[in-house]
Write a protein that binds this ligand. Structure first.
Ligand code: NDP
Length: 245
């Protein structure tokens, strides 16, 4: 008797910060690679519009990574409606560059709350699902997680923190969960729009205009990493524009 195998279930990828830039491009790339995507961000209109452009299995859930209750509600929906997450992309982030100064106190707290604690919040609520499904955890760090320079002290602290946390998790979670760290250089997105220190904003925008690569360049690499055979883990990828010193 011949038995027709059941078609393999589609993997489900949850992407934080999917409303613009690298998160949006990653959602598109993962959907093209055949995954079902769940789009998380605060701007509900943006993620709903994006879900509408992708296939029927894509859906949007408004969530703020600094609000653990909104993430828990999202995780409950992903579990009940999609059977759990196979991939979590911790992408939500802000880069409020400025010389270290007490005047930037609020920006410092926001970066740590979003980039570092936000990623931890999301991982806490999806960790059981990733373990159960032998999934992938993709953390968006930065070149700023490997080097530091004047003017990016707290942003670099969040990304160095991301790298240390990710390496520890890699060792704790393997072989159940593959942990991957992506470290882009300058990428043209909305990231520099939110810088509050005028001189730094102008300098960053000039630098980005000269050399930034596209969000799609990064998304392609994330899609490649999470679609490798299970025996392979790409743990860390540093990607600079060719023109970036
Ligand atoms: P964008 O500003 O285009 O995207 C940032 C995303 O994060 C948005 O979708 C935003 O959505 C989301 N976000 C911000 N705060 C929160 C929050 N509290 N809760 C949920 N979502 C939030 O920038 P990028 O695409 O460039 O940034 C994505 C990641 O890539 C960041 O972690 C950044 O540090 C990293 N990166 C970027 C580089 C670059 O040069 N662009 C270089 C290296 C790393 P919303 O406002 O709708 O909530």
């Amino acid at each position: 008797m011949s038995v027709t195998p059941e078609p393999a279930a589609r993997r489900v990828a949850v992407i934080t910060g999917a409303s613009s830039g690298i998160g949006e491009a990653t959602a598109r790339a993962l959907a093209s690679a055949g995954l079902s995507v769940v789009l998380l961000a605060r701007r509900a209109d943006r993620i709903q519009a994006l879900a509408g452009q992708l296939d029927d299995s894509a859906f949007a859930i408004q969530a703020d990574v600094t609000d653990p209750d909104s993430l828990s509600a999202a995780a409950t929906r992903v579990e009940s409606e999609m059977g759990g997450a196979d991939v979590l992309v911790n992408n939500a982030g802000i880069m409020l560059l400025a010389p270290f100064n007490p005047a930037q106190h609020a920006d410092h707290r926001r970066m740590i709350e979003t980039n570092l604690l936000g990623a931890m919040n999301a991982t806490e609520v999806f960790l059981d699902q990733l373990r159960a499904k032998r999934g992938d955890l993709v953390n968006l760090s930065s070149v700023a997680g490997r080097t530091a320079r004047p003017g990016n002290a707290v942003y670099a602290a969040t990304k160095w923190g991301m790298n240390g946390w990710s390496e520890s998790l890699r060792q704790e979670l393997h072989p159940d969960v593959r942990v991957m760290v992506i470290e882009p250089g300058a990428v043209a997105t909305e990231l520099t729009d939110h810088i509050t220190h005028p001189e730094t904003k102008q300098a960053a925008e000039q630098m980005y205009e000269q050399m930034a690569i596209t969000a799609g360049d990064i998304a392609e690499i994330i899609a490649f990493a999470v679609t490798r055979p299970r025996r392979v883990t790409i743990n860390e990828i540093l990607i600079r524009p060719t023109a970036q010193p």
